[in-house]
Write a protein that binds this ligand. Structure first.
Ligand code: UD1
Length: 372
């Protein structure tokens, strides 16, 4: 048999690890490929948890994380580290996922060495370059330098066509559904000391986005206090992001309330267990906007824009912004109006069928064979 093709999969943050885990597992099973997994280390603990859950090991780790790292730090340290690594490995193809600074820097590092680039979850758009910041710019820049674009939905395909991308566009579904279905099938538990899931209607929340830092974050926290006071049978579960810029203000406002559970980041299996058991979600996370509708839970999106309008169109998610009064009103509607709640609590799966990784593998093999 001829030499296997060398593929380098680069990731740095938790959502990339979740969405690339099924891709890595699928690629590593192919005898035609030698698959290197490279961590930039943009995130540390939060990525290590996911790697363990999916029983994955990395081949290289640039360990770039610093406390309070800036976007410039992440970009420069990733670019420099990947330059040497790509020279050493000489990959035939580099794969990145989504819109983080790791993904962008890895794409740029591949481009500088004229290594073909595949972009998983390509074509998401808000059409506002500052929201989410810097993710909308990261994904647009990747669109211009990738050869293979793996679009999760028809809408993403359309966005890519409009972007005048030079590469080949493939509709694959979103790999997050591959990961979600694998983990959900194991009926994962989520145990939180002091919380009886059966006794309370749980609001599950996560917040971390840069555009919500400062005043919006405080408004969100205040809305939680109002909701908890108005609905005594509710509890708030809020796994805190590791970033102190996010966690400190949330703790300051919410720590004292007896029905708030400010906990450390959940590992992915526990998070899936929490989605399955909660009543509704209030989040600015992109991944949760994809996962919750698949498990039949309504989502209030704590942002002004979304690059995932499919769930909003399907009626299971609603874009509500960050104003305290609006969040209070929207949450109370779902907590008091059973009809409204049921209308949103539909299990729909506009993002994929769980077979995206296999499609991506086949497309990459065809591409590599055609190139050789
Ligand atoms: C990054 C991504 C964002 C993604 C998010 C998921 C960019 C620009 N942003 O944002 O798209 O949605 O990850 O979480 O790429 N920290 C730790 N341990 C960890 C992870 C983070 O201590 O395991 C702390 C560090 O102090 C770090 C800070 O969190 O400086 C912020 O991390 P950073 O990667 O800069 O930004 P995120 O907000 O996580």
């Amino acid at each position: 048999m001829s030499q296997p093709f060398q593929v380098c999969i680069v990731l740095g943050t938790r959502p990339e690890a979740i969405k690339l885990a099924p891709v890595i597992q699928t690629f590593r099973q192919s005898p035609q490929l030698k698959t290197y997994v490279v961590l930039t280390g943009q995130h540390r603990e939060m990525v290590d948890q996911v790697m363990q859950l999916f029983e994955l090991t990395a081949d290289e780790d640039l360990a770039i994380m610093q406390p309070k790292q800036t976007l410039t730090d992440i970009t420069c340290r990733s670019l420099t580290g990947l330059q040497g690594l790509f020279q050493k490995i000489q990959p035939d193809l580099v794969l990145v996922q989504g819109d983080t600074t790791t993904a962008f820097a890895a794409g740029l590092a591949a481009f500088y060495q004229k290594i073909p680039l595949g972009h998983v979850e390509a074509g998401l758009r808000t059409d506002n370059i500052y929201d989410p910041f810097p993710e909308e710019a990261n994904r647009r820049l990747l669109t211009q330098i990738a050869q293979l674009h793996f679009a999760p939905t028809e809408m993403a395909v359309e966005n890519l066509r409009k972007s005048g991308t030079p590469g080949a566009i493939h509709l694959t579904g979103n790999t997050v559904i591959d990961a979600l279905l694998t983990v959900a099938a194991r009926s994962p538990q989520c145990t939180i000391p002091g919380l009886d899931w059966a006794q309370s209607r749980v609001i599950l929340s996560t917040v971390h986005r840069r555009e919500n830092w400062g005043e919006p974050l405080q408004n969100i926290a205040r809305s939680f206090l109002k909701i908890l006071d108005a609905a005594p049978d509710t509890a708030l579960v809020l796994p805190l992001h590791r970033n102190p810029t996010v966690r400190d203000p949330l703790k300051a406002i919410l720590n004292q309330h007896p029905r708030t559970f400010l906990i450390e980041p959940l590992d992915y299996a526990q998070l899936v267990g929490a989605i399955q058991r909660c009543h509704l979600l209030m989040t600015d996370s992109g991944g949760l906007q994809e996962e919750a509708p698949s498990l039949g839970k309504p989502v209030l999106i704590l942002r002004e824009t979304t690059e995932r309008p499919e769930a909003v169109t399907a009626g299971t998610a609603k874009l509500v912004g960050t104003q305290t009064e609006t969040l209070f009103t929207e949450a109370m509607t779902l907590l008091t109006d059973e009809n409204q709640y049921q209308q949103m609590a539909n299990a729909v799966n506009p993002f994929g069928d769980g077979r995206s990784s296999q499609r991506i593998l086949e497309i990459c093999l065809d591409y590599l064979q055609a190139q050789s």
